[in-house]
Write a protein that binds this ligand. Structure first.
Ligand SMILES: [Zn+2]
Length: 369
């Protein structure tokens, strides 16, 4: 039996215009700030953040960041930290800015604050980054000893981001409970646990509580949140889904673990014709996982109905995949050694995965085609 592990951001703040309290929420961390911002995050967050600093004795360096979380970009940010005596690193934007900020803070031993400006993935709350080579190819997952010191989600900013990001974030969140359920059942490690030696990093009950709430919130509030976002409105269901996509799904996956759904995403990324975002692939991967598990019909239909209702893909065509011959290559990649799909009881072969993906696609077409 593994030892259990549960870890999370030290502080999570969410609400409309909460960035007006940025300084109040982070002043305990230091007084010299480096903001690593995507171009759009710089435009939307800086005025609010600056207002929060009025009358304070602090310095703020805003670095507009256009690149990927690559070795070279991280080096560049580390130099700014050392040259200017920066005390707090802030990442504002999507996955790349967030991952660069986390890596910079880790290497320079500084606290890190995360401001996601889209809710499309789990990046904000997790204790790991995806790192790329300078030529843009994937290098490694970098696991940190702790999660971010503070995460601040301004609902007003997310309500004005494209709705597809929110929907994709719901897809990423859809996998969380079902993947964690497999990991808990077979005593597999959580996502963070995968970086630890053999007998550590098991799924705690606290993690499962978050994962279950994650799925419940999607079913209850997903459609209303999507509609609110399409109309740039902040409503209670919209707020529930922001928390679901960012915290429940992020902390849930970090501590709950991965299984088939994320391996399906990793496999699909080798297809040139793929047009779907990360979370959209994870949603299709979740349906595929339920087929592999021979899940009860009601559960499968509940998940498929949810996907159809909010606009997540139930078919290959909806992900841009027209040539089913290529799908076997994706199935092989998804079953590569070290993939989380191997946590499934009895394991899964590429042929079995291929069959399950084709079945998911056929069911999707049959139900909604
Ligand atoms: Zn994910």
């Amino acid at each position: 039996m593994r030892t259990k592990l549960f870890r999370a951001p030290l502080k999570y703040v969410q609400g409309e215009n909460c960035l007006l309290k940025f300084h109040d929420e982070t002043c305990d961390l230091g007084s010299k700030f480096l903001f690593i911002c995507s171009r759009s995050a710089h435009r939307t967050t800086r005025p609010l953040i600056e207002e929060s600093f009025e009358g304070t004795k602090t310095t703020r360096h805003y670095e507009v960041f256009g690149g990927k979380s690559s070795v070279g970009e991280i080096e560049k940010m580390r130099k700014i930290v050392r040259d200017e005596g920066i005390e707090v690193i802030v990442g504002a934007g999507g996955g790349s800015a967030i991952d660069t900020a986390k890596a910079t803070a880790h290497y320079e031993h500084k606290p890190v604050v995360i401001i996601p400006t889209v809710c499309a993935t789990d990046a904000a709350c997790t204790g790991l980054s995806v790192i790329y080579n300078d030529d843009g190819t994937f290098l490694q997952y970098l696991f940190y000893p702790k999660n971010p010191d503070c995460v601040m989600v301004d609902s007003g900013i997310i309500a004005n981001a494209p709705v597809r990001f929110l929907i994709s974030g719901m897809g990423d969140a859809l996998g969380t409970y079902f993947e964690a359920r497999v990991c808990e059942a077979v005593d597999a490690p959580s996502l963070e646990g995968m970086a630890l030696p053999e007998d550590r990093g098991g799924v705690a009950s606290a993690s499962m509580a978050l994962c279950e709430r994650c799925y419940d919130n999607l079913l209850e509030y997903g459609l209303q949140a999507k509609t609110a976002c399409e109309n740039h409105c902040v409503t209670i269901p919209f707020e529930k889904i922001l928390e679901t996509n960012t915290y429940l799904s992020g902390v849930g996956a970090d501590n709950g673990g991965l299984a088939v759904a994320h391996s399906v995403y990793n496999g699909l990324t080798i297809l040139d014709e793929l047009t779907a975002m990360h979370g959209e692939c994870v949603a299709f991967g979740t349906i595929t996982q339920l087929i592999l598990e021979a899940a009860p019909r009601e559960e499968l239909e509940e998940v498929m109905n949810f996907c159809h209702e909010v606009g997540l893909p139930c078919t290959l065509a909806e992900m841009g995949i027209s040539d089913k011959d290529h799908l076997m290559q994706a199935a092989e990649k998804a079953c590569a050694p070290g993939e989380s799909i191997h946590f499934m009881p009895g394991d899964v072969t590429p042929q079995q995965l291929y069959a399950a993906m084709l079945t998911a696609d056929a069911l999707g077409n049959q139900y909604y085609g």
